[in-house]
Design a protein around this ligand. Structure first.
Ligand code: BG6
Length: 516
């Protein structure tokens, strides 16, 4: 199988607009990936570095050092990454017979994460020797793709080994921390304290890959780059907002053990769904800059109010997928306890209790093994007054819906009422659609490409700040507290939209879950 063309080796220049994102050789850092033998590195991280390199955003000569416990030679590591690129890279398939030119930049270093600082110093010496030989400046981007219990110990040891010094004018050190960042409010705060003991906030990049998705960033463009839509994001016009993160996959034979300790609320709501909520609900920032945007997101999270005064089943429903369609039920998945009560689906009704959004319900739902894979944010608007139509006996207009389709079939769509041709005056909902695929004939970069490039360039706009993540955990922790004496998750049939009980969240409101 082939995937790199010889022309790729000449590294085509990024388009003129993109060229200011190109990293010059003397500004490039060594990328050090801890936990490189895990799934994420092979599926996402190495392909992301490859695509950035191939598109000319990175210099021709780079160094990526994979770190993990297993013993492995550079040659073995390169061969494995070559296979991973063939499987998972979005570009480059079928163009050449060899991936040598890229994987020659990859190196492997075996290290027990819990080893003492002396072992970490050996890693440091190897990095320095490599950087000196290649004439690199010595800046380093450490990417923690390990299991979460190692985030703090690895960072502490890097600090103790003197590898996290950060000089504004000289070589820098940054640390990207994967999710899950903590498992509740207290553990997230503790992790932030551990990181801050050896790093300053500007060195820490807490990742949520949803923020790197093109369509998620387009929410900013849509809201802030158009005069006509932004005023509509307001309780005067919006009846309710729905955020759906639905997946068809289950545990994929490998995630059961992790997921069973986590569940849908902590796996997806704490991060991806609440981040989407922030982008749709936040005030326009003073400047399009990391601090301003993160300040506004924090205000949204601080305003989130859960309707604790209402019975739990009217604002929160948990589900767990049953057996069906020839697939095992959740409790029969590898790594899952046979009597597990972990939720694979959760739906919530909550409020952003501020001036702009007063009284507007936000409905969030996420689940595994659902009817289709779709991530969407939809704003349903209030119905127009209909007195003038009452004598016609016609159907009433459907509410307008503005939807952001994050994935797949990335699109923005606005439905409105139109009169179908004919003598009779009728109202029918029609849609105005903007589709990425049609409007821009361009492959969308993967989220990890964008985020890795931003971390290398020192732009933390699309990463989460400590206070944001802690606030999001406080929301999720208070939901979990409310579950303590609550009934167990409802079983739902795989390939559906979750337990029918979730419809209760709309009781007394106009609307229902969108059929997607
Ligand atoms: C991850 C969750 O953060 O996001 C997974 O841990 C989930 O359970 C994944 O499948 C979804 O990401 P995407 O990009 O496929 O929508």
């Amino acid at each position: 199988m082939s995937f790199i063309s010889t022309t790729a080796l000449q590294q085509p220049s990024p388009s003129p607009g993109d060229s200011r994102y190109r990293i010059a050789a003397d500004a490039m850092a060594t990328i050090v990936i801890f936990g490189v033998t895990g799934d994420l590195a092979g599926r996402k991280l190495i392909p992301a570095v490859y695509n950035l390199w191939r598109a000319g955003f990175l210099p021709e000569r780079i160094a990526v050092v994979g770190v993990a416990r297993k013993q492995k030679t550079d040659a073995e590591f390169r061969a494995e990454m070559c296979e991973a690129l063939k499987k998972y890279s979005r570009t480059g398939h079928g163009e050449s017979d060899t991936c040598d030119p890229f994987v020659a930049n990859l190196h492997y270093h075996s290290l027990e994460f819990s080893a003492d600082a002396a072992e970490y110093r050996k890693l440091g010496e190897r990095l320095s020797a490599m950087e000196q030989r290649a004439g690199f400046a010595g800046s380093r981007l450490f990417y923690l793709a390990t299991s979460p219990e190692f985030f703090a110990p690895v960072t502490e040891r890097l600090g103790a080994a003197g590898m996290l010094d950060d000089r504004p004018e000289g070589p820098w050190a940054r640390v990207v921390v994967e999710k899950p960042f903590g498992e509740d409010a207290a553990s997230a705060e503790a992790l932030n304290r551990s990181l801050r003991a050896v790093l300053s906030e500007r060195q820490i990049y807490r990742i949520d890959h949803y923020l790197g998705k093109e369509t998620v960033q387009n929410i900013f463009a849509f809201r802030l780059g158009n005069a006509i839509f932004e005023p509509l994001f307001h309780h005067h016009y919006v009846d309710h907002v729905q955020i759906t993160v639905a997946e068809t996959v289950g545990m994929e034979g490998r995630r059961g053990a992790f997921y069973d300790q986590t569940g849908a609320l902590r796996d997806v709501v704490q991060n991806h769904a609440l981040q989407l909520l922030c982008l749709v609900a936040m005030e326009p920032p003073a400047r399009f800059a990391a601090q301003d945007i993160r300040d506004e997101k924090l205000k949204v999270l601080s305003s989130v109010a859960l309707p604790f005064g209402d019975p739990l089943e009217t604002w929160c429903v948990r589900g767990q997928y049953a057996e069906g369609g020839g697939m095992p039920g959740y409790v029969a998945e590898q790594g899952v306890a046979p009597d597990s009560k972990t939720e694979t689906y959760v739906a919530l009704r909550l409020y952003v209790d501020n001036w702009r959004w007063a009284g507007v319900p936000f409905y969030l739902r996420t689940g595994k093994r659902m009817a289709s894979r779709v991530t969407e944010i939809a704003l349903q608007f209030r119905r127009p007054p209909t007195q003038c139509f009452k004598d016609l006996g016609v159907n009433l207009p459907q509410p307008n819906v503005l939807s952001f389709r994050i994935q797949p079939d990335e699109a923005i769509s606005l439905t409105f009422s139109a009169k179908p041709p004919g003598m009779e005056f009728l109202l029918e909902p029609v849609a105005m659609d903007f589709r990425y695929g049609t409007a821009f004939e361009q492959d969308l970069p993967e989220a990890y490409e964008r985020l890795l490039l931003d971390a290398l360039r020192g732009d933390s706009t699309l990463f989460m700040r400590a206070d944001e993540i802690e606030r999001a955990w406080r929301i999720v922790t208070s939901v979990r507290d409310a579950w303590k004496d609550a009934p167990l998750p409802e079983l739902y049939r795989p390939g559906t939209w979750g337990p029918p009980e979730a419809d209760r969240l709309f009781a007394g409101c106009q609307g229902s879950w969108r059929a997607l």
